[in-house]
Design a protein around this ligand. Sequence first.
Ligand code: B12
Length: 526
Amino acid sequence: MKSITLIRPAFVLPAGSYGVDVCPPLGLAYVAAAFESAGLHVTVIDAVGEAPLAKHNAAYPGLVARGLSVEEILARIPRDTDAIGVSAMFSIEWPHHEFLCQEISKIFPDTPLIVGGEHATACWSYLLTNPAITICALGEADESALDLAAWIKGELRLEEISGIAYRRDGVPYATPRRSRIQSVDELPLPAWHLIPLEPYLSGGFAYGVDRGRSIPMMATRGCPHQCTFCSNPQMWTQRYFVRTPKAVVDEMELYVRKYAVQNVDFHDLTTLLKREWVLELCRELEARELDITWQLPNGTRSEILDEELLSAVIRAGCRNIAYAAESGSPRTLKMIKKKVDLERMRHSLRIAVRLGFVVRVHLILGFPDERRSDLYQSLWFGLKTAWDGAEDVLLFRFAPYPGSEIYAQQRQLGNLPELSNDYFASLAFTSLFNRKSLCAASGFEIGIYQFFGMVFYLLVGLTRNPSRIIRAVRNVLAGRSESGLEKNLLSLYRKTPFPRWIGNRQWKKPSAISPQLVVLLSFYAT
Ligand code: B12
């Protein structure tokens, strides 16, 4: 039987980043399932799942990696594997992942190396200049994986496969785009059985806040909008397909039974888009009484989020929702083609808060050509939403991602350098210290706005709702989180030397008195 080894390399971030979420690799789990269904023997090396807390320097200055080191990954690749696949989602990670690919090709010079994911889709012609990489899988790869499996078995030629890129006569060449998968219900479910899921489930490693054992899922695929800062239109096109609510809830039920999952984080680009579909999903969920929460950590739009819909959504178990305004400046919104009515969004947000959702707001500072007045409008909008009851207001720094319309425009204008590892490593919008800027304010100034903006929103929120402080203490001690603030406090708390049996939901009642308890009891006794 032919085989493939799929690798999710370590998670890479710039040193000095704030907030590091790691979560199970949903995309890789989907492709693993596709290769398995095509009759290949699949091995997955999930560098993050195997060592979620291991931290080391990445193979590029200024970047840090979390997970297995390159040497540890290499040691785990079966020597007789027939092909190797690497997932490359984030451009910023590429300098480290490229090093991994090079090391792989030294040990496995004759084994084809396939790279897939958002970054590979946006930068395939650049990636293929590196001879270590044989093929890039472009866009949604579930169907391409079936053809690639046939190629590995010697049943197809590369030129017969759509949706990939490879070197033809030494030059990077892309085959015709594959049309989007419409029958999304028929895709095999993610192959979680091949991935070390338990460290994520019991360690609280998830995209959303920590409401218990959490697994990622997708209920829909694609996004019909065309925001110019996003690379998804190129990755997924603008076509949007939904699974049937029954299939979505069946999958949730399966995870409750199989992995004792208590929460689902939806990774969809835009989950709440079709009113009737959302209502049907909610009805299905209520009818099944799964005793599970779900979250929408990805920013959503608010067009359909009125009182009726939000009430149905919260009754069906959704607790956390993120409103993606992106900017508080109508001028900027027009520039980035984000059709948002800010006042309507605030109205919806206030209803969500009143109904009991924990609300987050996403704003991005520093789009090209933004004036200071645009930035101030965004900061002011953030303040208003904090006043309205949003618990977390996130101020991101704009980064021109390859594959996005803005990236292409700015490249044409000569405002951005050619693709290179230096460029990828600079795409740090989780970092407060990035000095690069394409707007009127300098990078440093944006960092100041980000920092003080977020502190100020927090203060406004806590002053208006002091009970959140008590809830935060209670939740952290119980080892859970309901808001982003609590999630960060909990992750900080878990790094402290305080007794592990507080703030750790894995803790099981010890059979004998634990040493920590003895210390604590003697402390109280004296
Ligand atoms: C969940 C998520 C995260 C999670 C982590 C996810 C993970 N597994 O590690 C967290 C919260 C940590 C995160 C962080 C960030 N994220 Co994010 N994230 C996402 C999100 C919303 C969903 C990813 C997902 O599950 N997709 C669903 C699966 C099914 O799709 P997929 O992963 O693309 O996989 C398919 C194909 O790509 C392909 N494929 C994937 N791997 C492989 C491998 C092989 C061998 C093959 C053949 C095929 C293949 O097949 C899969 C099935 O079709 C995406 C947007 C999106 N919906 O894709 C953004 C996205 C990936 N994130 C993005 C960004 C920018 C970030 C941040 C910088 C944001 C920030 N402010 O912090 C950070 C960067 C983290 C870092 N390392 O530096 C960008 C990436 C752009 C880029 N070129 O880098 C995206 C595309 C959003 C966007 N449009 O801007 N993110």
